[in-house]
Design a binder for this molecule. Structure first.
Ligand code: 13P
Length: 268
């Protein structure tokens, strides 16, 4: 491939341009010091070579501004926001602050937030609405625990999370991405089988149609949970999988860009 044109780089940031591109998002969780900005720059350079894939990184709050300033081909986002836009909430960060720092999206409802910070569906929905209000795109996470799956409740749990967590107001659907992350697959090396992923993503798609009507068909549904370079191609080729939300394997350009590359055949 020759040099990257400015227009191509821009188009990698614009969702409306190529709405069906796979969306690969790195969630750095509580990882990343300024010394790791070189990895982010390498991810950005790699993303510029893969304009058929939409690439994003959600670093810790402390790196958002620096990463957003450096980014040409990736979107930069937050991992959480508060449901209020400002006020006496010591230690919290609002959606408006994320936007001000250069973020264009935020992840809400990650299972680590739900489990470790007691976030209910109602709280997640309030955060999602606050993010939309501030002009951000949102990635809303859902997913069942192992006990819920073993009890045969996985689809019911995930559909209830969708009902309770998704903002359904006017204009929400085009700025919404859903991430299905089974809790038992996060950070464990255990990946959901393609058959289970297809079944769950089909159930999510049906629920999105109920909640959003025709617009529900356009919402990307990402899979997350131990995605790596070795399993990404098969997962990304699975029915109704619009991309991946990647934790551990997004921390280095080498492993993250291998996942981005694995998404390419889908884009062609
Ligand atoms: P891992 O890819 O490390 O399993 O994390 C997945 C995740 O939680 C992304 O949000």
């Amino acid at each position: 491939m020759g040099g990257i044109q400015a227009g191509e780089i821009l188009s990698n940031l614009e969702r409306s341009d190529m709405p069906n591109r796979p969306f690969i998002v790195g969630n750095w969780k509580m990882n990343g010091l300024r010394s790791q900005m070189a990895e982010a720059r390498a991810i950005d350079r790699g993303a510029a070579r893969h304009v058929g894939v939409r690439v994003a990184v959600a670093p810790p709050f402390t790196l958002i501004a620096a990463m957003a300033e450096d980014a040409h081909a990736i979107a930069v986002g937050g991992q959480d926001c508060h449901q209020q836009q400002s006020g006496a909430f010591t230690g919290d960060i609002s959606a408006a602050m994320l936007k001000d720092a250069g973020a264009t999206f935020v992840i809400v409802g990650h299972s680590e937030r739900r489990a470790m910070h007691g976030e209910t569906d109602a709280v997640v929905k309030a955060k999602a609405e606050a993010a939309l209000e501030a002009g951000l795109e949102i990635i809303v996470c859902v997913g069942e625990t192992e006990a819920q799956r073993d009890a045969g409740q996985a689809e019911a749990v995930v559909c209830a999370q969708l009902d309770g967590s998704l903002p359904v107001g006017e204009g929400a659907a085009p700025r919404l991405t859903v991430a299905y992350e089974p809790v038992w697959a996060i950070g464990t090396g255990r990946v959901a089988s393609p058959a289970d992923v297809a079944a769950m993503h089909g159930a999510i798609r049906a629920r999105l149609a109920t909640l959003f009507g025709e617009e529900g068909a356009e919402i990307s549904i990402l899979y997350g949970g131990s995605v790596n370079a070795g399993n990404a191609a098969e997962l990304l080729a699975t029915d109704e999988v619009g991309g991946a939300l990647v934790g551990g394997a997004s921390l280095t350009a080498e492993s993250f860009l291998a996942i981005v590359a694995a998404a390419l055949p889908q884009a062609d």
